[in-house]
Design a protein around this ligand. Structure first.
Ligand code: SF4
Length: 227
C-alpha cells in the first residue's frame, strides 16, 4: 500500500484523529504573514515526491492525536497565527475538520498545500497557500488546475523556482490563468538551487507584480526541523 493510501486508510478507521509529524512554535518564514510568531501543525504523509523537498521526514511516522489534543497544544502558545502544513495536509481527510475547528477558535489560519489535491472543501476563512509545481520539481503532472478558479484575494499561490525554465513556465501560467487578478502570487527560490538575487533581478527586469520572498527560517536556522 502506498504511503498516501496507508494514511487515508488509517484515517478512516479513526474518529477524529490526525497523524501528526510535529507541532512547533516559530516565526513564519514565508507567505503574507512572514515574520509573525506562528504555531505550525505538520501532518504526516504526502503523495508527491518533489525533487527539492525539505520535509521528507514527514512522509512517514508521526503520532496519532485527537483534534481536541491538537487544539489544547496549540493553545499553549501566545499567537493568533496557525499554519497547517505537511507533507500534504489534505491527504488526511480529517484535516478539513481541524481547519474548521481552528477557525471557530478564532485563529488566523493558513494551509500550505501542494496544489495536487482538491481544495474545495477547505473552510473559506482559511488562507490557502497553494503551490503550482514547476517542471524542475518533477511533480508538474500532479497539479490539479481546477483549484485555480477557487482562489480568492484571501489566498496565495506559490511558485518555487529552481531555474530559468521554471521562471518562464511560471510567467506563462500567470498569463494563461490571469493569476494576478485572482490572488497574491508568491515567487521564491528553491534553496541552494537558485540564488535569490538572480530571481529578484528577473522579476524587476520583467516588472512582474508578484511578491518575491525568501524563506526566512532557512536564513535564521538553516534547515533545522521544528524551527
Ligand atoms: S508537496 Fe511538499 S511535502 Fe510533498 S514532496 Fe513536495 S515539497 Fe515535499
Amino acid at each position: 500500500m502506498s504511503e498516501k493510501n496507508k494514511v487515508e486508510a488509517d484515517d478512516s478507521s479513526s474518529a477524529s484523529r490526525l497523524r501528526i509529524s510535529e507541532i512547533f512554535y516559530s516565526l513564519q518564514g514565508e507567505s503574507r504573514s512572514s515574520g509573525y510568531a506562528t504555531v505550525f501543525i505538520r501532518l504526516t504523509g504526502c503523495p508527491l515526491r518533489c525533487d527539492y523537498c525539505d520535509t521528507t521526514y514527514a512522509f512517514k511516522g508521526g503520532e496519532w492525536k485527537s483534534l481536541d489534543d491538537i487544539i489544547a497544544e496549540v493553545k499553549k502558545y501566545n499567537t493568533k497565527y496557525i499554519t497547517v502544513t505537511g507533507g500534504e495536509p489534505l491527504a488526511q481527510k480529517k484535516c478539513i475538520d481541524l481547519l474548521n475547528l481552528l477557525c471557530d477558535e478564532g485563529y488566523d489560519v493558513s494551509l500550505e498545500t501542494s496544489g495536487a489535491l482538491d481544495i474545495s472543501k477547505v473552510d473559506v476563512r482559511v488562507s490557502r497557500v497553494m503551490d503550482l509545481k514547476t517542471p524542475a520539481s518533477k511533480e508538474e503532472s500532479k497539479n490539479y488546475y481546477n483549484n485555480i478558479e477557487l482562489l480568492t484575494s484571501h489566498d496565495q499561490l506559490k511558485f518555487v523556482i529552481c531555474d530559468r525554465n521554471d521562471y518562464e513556465w511560471a510567467v506563462e501560467k500567470i498569463k494563461k490563468y490571469d493569476l494576478l487578478s485572482r490572488c497574491e502570487v508568491l515567487f521564491s527560490t528553491s534553496h541552494q538551487q537558485l540564488k535569490p538575487q538572480v530571481l529578484a533581478d528577473w522579476i524587476l527586469e520583467d516588472q512582474l507584480a508578484v511578491r518575491f520572498q525568501m524563506q526566512l527560517h532557512k536564513y535564521l536556522w538553516n534547515d533545522e526541523p521544528g524551527r
